[in-house]
Design a protein around this ligand. Structure first.
Ligand SMILES: [Zn+2]
Length: 58
């Protein structure tokens, strides 16, 4: 359950437009951005692990 950022009425998750005032909801875009950021963090962690697991060369 989410709430409209404009009028405060409740509506189901994933609703793009409020059915009361028609205001566009930021939920989906925000979730996409968070997923992208999480993916980037995972990539960085993976790269760091790869570097850490490389045997020393000397
Ligand atoms: Zn609304």
């Amino acid at each position: 359950m989410a709430f409209c950022i404009n009028c405060g009425q409740s509506h189901p998750d994933g609703t793009r437009f409020c059915r009361f005032c028609g205001n566009q909801q930021p939920g989906e875009a925000l979730l996409q951005r968070l997923r992208m950021e999480a993916q980037q963090i995972q990539n960085i962690r993976f790269q760091m692990q790869q570097q850490y697991q490389q045997p020393p060369r000397w």
